[in-house]
Design a protein around this ligand. Sequence first.
Ligand code: PLP
Length: 336
Amino acid sequence: MTDLHKNNPLRIHTADTVGEPLVWKPSQSKIASHLDSKPTSRTLTETLNIRLPSPIQTIRNSIIQKAGVTLDIKRDDLIHPIISGNKWRKLQGLVSQIINQNTIKIATMGGRYSNYLHALAYASHQFNWQCDFYVRGYPQQVLTPTLKDITQWGCQIHFVDRQTFKAMRHKPPRLDEPALWLPEGGLNPISLQGFAQIFNELETVYDTIIIASATGTSVAGLVKGCNDAGLKTKIIGISVLNNHSEQLQNITDLLSNPSPNWKLLAGYEFGGFAKSKPELSQFIEQFEQEFGLPLESLYSGKSFYATLDLISKGYFPTQSRILLIHCGGLQGKRKP
Ligand SMILES: Cc1ncc(COP(=O)(O)O)c(C=O)c1O
C-alpha cells in the first residue's frame, strides 16, 4: 500500500493539488431524498435492499468426510444481486462515511470487469453521487457488460493505458473538480469496517475462515473483525494473483495492530489474475453441478478449489470447523 492510502483514508483532490492529500471540506448534499437524515447501517441496508445475514450452506462429499472436518459456505454472493459478496462488506463503511460527509463526487480506478467499480457505480446511482472511473483499456474496445452497466448508471469512464493506470496506484490523476479519490479495489482502512458484521451473523465459532484474496483488504477486514470479537479463529487468504509480497504488505499496513491469526496462501493462482487452467474449469463445472452453487474462475473458483485441495491433503486437523466465504463477483462472468 502506498503512503497515500495509509492512515487518512478519505481525501479530496482538486486540479491544483494533484496527488496531495487535502483536508476535506463538505460540499452541498445531493443525497437522494429517501435518505433525508443521517443514515444508520439499518437504513442503508434497507435503502439498498441488502439481505443479511447471508445464509450458510454446508457442503458434504467424500473428501470432506474422509478428512473428518466440516465445511460451511457463507453465501455472501446472495447478499444482493449487484452489491454482492465482499463488495457490500467493503463498501458498508465507505457508503456511510460518504453520506455522513455529504460527498457527492467520487473518483476511482479499476479493470474492465471490476466487481468493485460495478458495485460502487450501483450504489452511486442509488444515492445520486457522481462517479469518475479510470479504467485500464481503450475506448475502441467493446464495452464489457460491467462497463455497460456502469455507463447506464450514469458514471463517467476514462480509459487509460496500462502504464498510466499503474502510475495512478501511487498518484491519483488530475481531476477537473474536487472529488473523493478511492484507491483501487477498496484498499483502504475504511473498507475493513463492514467485515465485523460477519462475526455477528455467525452462530458457530469456526477454527478457520477462508476467503479469496487480491488486494488483501478482505483478509485484513476479517482479521480485524475476528480480533474485535475476541475470537481465535484463523483467517486464511487464498491469493488469486501473483502479488504475494504486495498483499502481505497491504494486510500488515491495514491492520493497526500486528496479529498472528492469519495466513496468505500462494500456489492457487493458476497462472495469475484472470488466468485459468483446465483443472480449474473442470473443478468449477463439477462443483456447480454437485452443489448447485455458482462459481466464477477469478476468485471463488480458486478459493473453493484451494479449500478442497487443502482438505484432501490433510491441512486441517480432524474435527476442524471451516468456513469458506463466497465473495460473489458472478457479474464478471458475463461475456461482452
Ligand atoms: C469477487 C471477489 N472476491 C474476492 C476479491 C478479493 O478481495 P480483496 O481485494 O479484498 O483481497 C475481490 C476483489 O477484489 C472480488 O471481486
